[in-house]
Ligand binder design. Structure first.
Ligand code: HEM
Length: 205
């Protein structure tokens, strides 16, 4: 019998979060009668929800190591599902981007560049590969080392991509600097959590 707690764990948690993101995105677009302004609001909304779930997933192991408590254990236990929720949020970002391109090609061209296609494209390639290897069978298929390499490289690449995507808007909108705080915090937490392990390795060597 499913208990209430099940809804806050595992794939049920993912389903609840993904459906909530879809419902909120539709609601946001409807506030502008599904016109291009509404679609652009969805692009910005999903960039921010992606930031939230990315940070929760990418900080989970470090937080649980530094401060083991009920919340960090929940976060660590569900980091895979939080990571796939990030991918779902970015899938909505992609759908909204396509709608923007179709509805207003001139503004879309002004809002994008060759660099955004190259770096954004690499970002999406990582997101797809990381999401696809977030299931037991596919994770096993690429092996523990392959999985770690992919998720570590992809994680840091996406961290950098978020820094650049939010950071480049700071000169025009200084409050965007606030989005950089969680990213820098996640990076710092990972470095701090790694430090004792690194020291042990040095001592062992
Ligand atoms: C080819 C891939 C991508 C394209 C074409 C693209 C396109 C866009 C566009 C057009 C906007 C601006 C929307 C507007 O001004 O109304 C935007 C915003 C943004 N995108 Fe993407 N994107 C891509 C991939 C990514 C990836 C991989 C990330 C992060 C990992 C990302 C993060 C962001 C962020 C942070 C914003 C700013 C949102 C805000 O203003 O609050 N994008 N993207």
């Amino acid at each position: 019998m499913p208990t209430r707690q099940n809804w806050f764990d595992g794939w049920r948690l993912f389903a609840v979060l993904a459906l909530t993101l879809i419902a909120l995105s539709i609601w946001i677009a409807s506030m502008r009668q599904f016109e291009v302004d509404g679609v652009r609001m969805v692009i910005r909304f999903t960039a921010r929800t992606s930031l939230l779930f990315f940070c929760l997933a990418f900080s989970a192991a470090a937080l649980a190591r530094l401060w083991p408590n009920a919340w960090t254990r929940w976060q660590r236990r569900n980091r895979r599902h939080l990571g796939v929720t990030f991918a779902a949020s970015h899938a909505i970002h992609a759908v909204a981007i396509i709608c923007f391109a179709v509805m207003d090609p001139a503004s879309y061209a002004a809002a994008t560049s060759t660099a955004s296609y190259i770096f954004g494209g690499i970002g999406y390639a990582f997101i797809v590969a990381m999401a696809a290897t977030s299931f037991d069978r596919t994770a096993q298929a690429i092996g523990a080392r392959g999985w770690r390499l992919l998720h570590l490289t992809g994680g840091y690449y996406l961290l950098l991509q978020f820094m650049i995507s939010f950071g480049k808007r700071v000169p025009d909108m200084p409050l965007y600097a606030l989005f950089l705080i969680p990213l820098l915090a996640v990076f710092a937490l990972r470095m701090i959590a790694m430090a004792p392990r690194a020291q042990q390795t040095v001592r062992a060597g």
